[in-house]
Design a protein around this ligand. Structure first.
Ligand code: AKG
Length: 324
């Protein structure tokens, strides 16, 4: 069983850990100076674009400009999310969408509702972890990794490859975060240590149930449960927006950002692949399983894919028994 990992899983010695933690602490300082500017940034909102369209020169060199990296990192730190547009080949997305549509029907037929609250109409649905459905511009997108590396530092690794499908007739999920703050009872939030990378194989918008996002809520240091009073108080500060994104985009969001699935009024399923990039020193016992034959998509990447390639995979196991 070959592994594709540079050894992220808790193998740091103490000195290395302290050095990295020191860098994180420096980041914390920078982060709070930036948070202090949050009001001004909101005031200037028209000028602070949460959506970055990757330009032809950047595509040619497979590298974002420094200005775009800075803008993306700042957007995630301050508002909790950014959308990189024009970074994924549409043909790849079409191939994936066709297969994922068919997979949704299998889960729907089995009544296997999932995601937050396990409500009817929402599926916890991962993309097929084998060729020909693994694409480098999805699992190892260089523009996404440039941003997540700038945010999380070298040695970052992926800890998730699954997703959420919002089906026609779905209802509203409970408002939630995908992960808590690393330390409980903080007075101020720590910098981003994990981000979710969401990629949809189609345009996402209100009309097909794009995810609801609550800007800036990743900095809210209250507990994991979000009750109605808290929701209403937050709405007055910064109301939710929708994760509207063109096909070919990647939405990168702080794991702590409040969000939820809302009704999909269309007659088509809306898929949303999810990966989770983590700072190197967060431990994980999980290795992500892919079937042998798709290794090339993961090679020469600055992201540690934390991947294990296996010869045998039971039919539909990735749909019914994803191991988180
Ligand atoms: O599908 C969506 O729009 C959001 C799903 C979600 O956040 C969840 O199930 O945890």
């Amino acid at each position: 069983m070959p592994f594709l990992s540079k050894g992220c899983l808790g193998l740091l010695d103490d000195v290395e850990f302290l050095q990295e933690f020191h860098l994180f602490a420096q980041d914390l300082h920078l982060f709070h100076s930036e948070s202090a500017c949050r009001r001004e940034l909101q005031f200037e909102k028209g000028k602070v674009n949460m959506e970055i369209t990757v330009q032809s020169e950047e595509l040619a060199s497979e590298k974002l400009s420094e200005a775009h990296v800075t803008q993306a990192v700042k957007a995630i730190r301050v508002d909790g999310y950014v959308i990189l547009e024009n970074v994924i080949n549409h043909e790849h997305l079409d191939i994936l969408r066709e297969r994922m549509d068919a997979d949704s029907q299998i889960l729907i037929k089995a009544g296997k509702w999932g995601g937050a609250g396990q409500l009817k109409g929402h599926l916890q649905q991962g993309p097929p972890p084998f060729a020909p459905y693994i694409f480098r511009d999805i699992v190892a997108n260089p523009y996404v990794i440039q941003v997540t590396k700038a945010l999380l530092g070298p040695g970052l690794y992926n800890n998730f490859y699954n997703g959420n499908t919002n089906c026609p007739g779905s209802t509203t999920q409970p408002l939630h975060r995908d992960g808590a703050h690393l330390w409980p009872d903080q007075e101020v939030a720590h910098p981003t240590a994990e981000v979710v990378v969401n990629i949809s194989p189609q345009d996402t918008m209100e009309e097909n149930g794009s995810v609801e996002l609550w800007p800036g809520s990743h900095l809210d240091v209250s507990g994991r449960q979000i009750d109605e009073a808290h929701e209403e108080a937050r709405r007055k500060i910064a109301p939710p927006i929708r994760g509207t994104a063109k096909k070919g985009s990647a939405l990168i969001r702080d794991l702590r950002l409040w969000h939820r699935g809302v009704p999909n009024p269309s007659d088509e399923t809306r898929h949303m692949i999810a990966m989770i990039h983590r700072v190197r020193w967060l431990r994980s016992n999980r290795r992500l399983k892919y079937r042998t034959g798709c290794e090339a998509a993961f090679e020469n990447s600055e992201l540690d894919h934390n991947a294990e390639f296996i010869d045998e995979m039971k039919k539909n196991d990735y749909l019914f028994n994803p191991k988180f």
